[in-house]
Design a protein around this ligand. Structure first.
Ligand code: DAK
Length: 258
């Protein structure tokens, strides 16, 4: 049985990291299954993904410490590359991806959440990069994505101290967008995903690409990304319908992805 379940639900879908006996820790098989699950997503139908963990205790409690313990340097490099490759694939996935963090998101779990477009969490969530306490560095993008999300000062403090933070602090530093009571988290995630799915898919995808591509550029280069994104929407059926509906003072028809 794969450790990652792909569960489509109309025009949204879940990717569930399903290894609750180890708090969904990421071993090489879980990473391979995540890679395969991404390949299985039908992006013609699905307009927003939600990544979550199985069980009510953890999103993902990190990379699998038992599997990593006896790795040599070459093995560590290979494991890091496997994780980075799949997280980059997730980060650049054409449709939006929401991390719904219910419980622990530590080490590789925090890194998995950070490879998603944004994060929401339960009031029981705990985030952290505990690696320096284990004798290693973060290995799946933690030193890079955490610093970009919360700023280098806060990222350095979290990583050097290996101290976990709770949901309210994650919200305060901008690591998550919103906190929900644990029993409301997935309903909230679905509501958000459905709101995104109801907007014009070509436009939403183009916004994702423009934001991500532009982040590494100067502002004068970055606005060109936006010009291209903007231009790519014109002439689509959805653009004509959206603007036509506004001018005709009616609600637009459901968007078609064309
Ligand atoms: N790996 C393997 N097993 C884990 C695990 C993990 N990260 N986290 C939990 N488990 C397992 C436990 O061993 C236990 O298994 P059994 O003993 O039942 O067989 C089961 O899940 C339940 O866990 P606990 O009994 O510990 O549950 P508690 O409620 O008492 O505690 C906890 C929950 C989340 C506080 C605790 O499990 C914990 O501290 N877990 C480890 C958290 C952690 O340190 N995570 C970061 C891992 S390091 C790199 C590549 C990747 C990385 C770094 C470098 N390169 C290639 C350079 C990434 C590193 C990490 O993610």
């Amino acid at each position: 049985m794969p450790f990652v379940k792909y569960e489509p639900k109309g025009d949204i879908a879940y990717l569930v990291i399903d290894r609750p006996e180890a708090l969904n820790a990421l071993n090489a098989q879980v990473l391979a299954d995540l890679d395969a699950a991404l390949d299985a997503v039908d992006t013609n139908t699905v307009r927003c993904l939600i990544v979550r963990g199985a069980g009510d205790k953890a999103f993902v409690a990190g990379a699998d410490i038992a599997q990593m313990k006896d790795l040599d340097s070459a093995g560590g490099e290979a494991f890091g590359k496997q994780g980075n490759d799949v997280f980059l694939k997730l980060e650049s996935f054409p449709i939006p991806v929401i991390a719904a963090v219910g419980g622990y998101a530590l080490g590789g779990g925090c890194e998995l959440a950070m490879a998603c477009d944004f994060r929401i969490c339960s009031d029981t969530a705990v985030f952290g990069q505990p690696e320096t306490g284990l004798g290693i560095t973060p290995g799946f993008g933690g030193t890079q994505r955490l610093a970009r999300l919360v700023g280098p000062g806060m990222a350095k403090q979290m990583i050097y101290t290996a101290r976990n933070i709770k949901a309210d602090e994650a919200l305060r530093i901008g690591l998550v967008n919103a906190v929900y009571p644990a029993d409301e988290l997935y309903a909230a995630a679905e509501k958000l995903a459905s709101t995104i799915a109801a907007n014009a898919p070509i436009a939403v995808r183009a916004c994702k690409k423009a934001i991500d591509d532009g982040a590494a550029l100067t502002i004068d280069e970055a606005v060109i990304c936006e010009e291209k994104a903007f231009a790519s929407c014109f002439g689509t059926a959805d653009q004509r319908e959206g603007m036509g509906a506004f001018l005709e003072k009616r609600k637009h028809e459901p968007y078609t992805n064309h």
